[in-house]
Design a protein around this ligand. Structure first.
Ligand SMILES: [Zn+2]
Length: 159
């Protein structure tokens, strides 16, 4: 599923990439967002009601994203597009640049991650686009907490 998101949804863009979606995110004019959505057949996600209506009137697929925090926004997007709120690193994309990430051996990252990370973790992923290296470090707990909250919201609102 391919998206283009407006500049107010930068954090959601990174989340969706982590969940495996192909997401274009950049600062641009409303006209540019509409053009990209149309040309590249992308779904527009926006927090801007006027932009949403403009997209709809041009026959583009668009979704007006409501939610107070990231978990609520994620739950709403997930409900609308049936996106699994689980991270599968086989399909995850780089949150920073949207490229494919690939599992790499420890030896590959030896000189490119902090010593502590190298000692404590065995799984590393390399972004084939920007070269950033990922591991499931301390922030991973927070990521899972946000996902768990989003899953909870999804359940309660559906029943
Ligand atoms: Zn990257």
């Amino acid at each position: 599923m391919k998206f283009v998101v407006d500049e107010m949804l930068g954090r959601s863009a990174r989340w969706l990439r982590l969940l495996g979606c192909e997401v274009k995110y950049f600062k641009a004019s409303d006209d540019k967002y509409l053009e990209i959505a149309e040309k590249e057949d992308r779904i527009l996600l926006t927090r801007d009601l006027e932009l949403f209506h403009r997209a709809k009137s041009r026959g583009l697929e668009a979704f007006y994203v409501e939610g107070e925090d990231e978990a609520e926004k994620l739950a709403n997007i997930s409900r609308r597009f049936n996106i699994k709120l689980e991270i599968n690193t086989l399909v995850s994309r780089c949150p920073k640049c949207n490229s494919i990430i690939k599992r790499v051996g420890k030896v590959v990252v030896l000189n490119n991650v902090p010593k502590r990370a190298f000692e404590h973790y065995d799984e590393f992923w390399l972004c084939l686009g920007c070269g950033k290296i990922y591991w499931q470090g301390g922030h991973w707990k927070k990521i899972n907490e946000t996902l768990a909250r989003a899953q909870e919201l999804l359940k309660t609102k559906m029943s």
